[in-house]
Design a protein around this ligand. Sequence first.
Ligand code: TA6
Length: 294
Amino acid sequence: MDLVSLPAVTVLSDNVTIVQKDQVKIVRIIHDKAVAGISLHGGHVVSYQPVDQQDLIWMSEKAIFDGKAALRGGIPVCWPWFGRIAAPAHGFARTSEWELVEHRENDQGVIVELALFPSEETHQIWPHMFDARLLVEVGSELKVTLKVINIDDEEWTFSGALHSYLNVGDILQAQTTGMGAEYIDSLQADKVCQGGNTLVLTDTIDRVYTQPEAVIEVADKVLERTLCIENHGHNSAVLWNPWAEGAQGMADMQDDGYKTMICVESTVHAPTIKQGITLQPGESYDLVTVISAK
Ligand code: TA6
């Protein structure tokens, strides 16, 4: 995504500016190590481009920046649940307004911290008190940490994901490894299947890999690089590509958009809203993804 040409609303430091894209404010980072953007709508990373690289993050050309819709592409924060086990799909974090709390920078990069607090609206959807933070560390790699804290006086349970859309040169020439063999196939009524540990996509995919390795790699022949995805705090890695028909069915994705993206997600998967990770009052949990190219 081209962040550099967007008009500046506020200059926060030499490296950090708030820019505006339609109705959405984006924290723009321009640093010797990388250019990156984080939308306050959704607490959503929209770009991460290390120096001398094409963007590692895919954004839809038709993403809707109206401050209401979830952005198609980037790294949606799916929380406090993953998928369609409740409404809205993937929780409310990705369509909520986050606050910029802090930004710090040095020679190695920039750290931006956003926060999301309960409101009347979130309470109507999910009646719990929480403090959610998104820590985005931009340097020679991108580290995104979703930290959720139970500030309620009762326990609550969540699932979720950092739903990263990765940018590839040509999906037919991108080989994914390290996601493990076992997966729950959303396209086969959640059947548990065994596959290989290497995959080149030729069709739509929507799988929850339950035993991923420490690092998942996407080797991209066209862009001559390998994307490395290292997750922490997850119980699975979701791989998703809607393919041609799926892309055509989405108003916010260009028809050929599926050819240059693959989602490799750091996921806490749960079959129902009552399952997942339970936090007692005062407890916190970190869900992390680290994305780099070699
Ligand atoms: O992570 C995969 C998935 O849950 C798919 O089932 C697919 O629908 C995708 O996310 C996108 O969901 P969205 O609600 O953003 O259209």
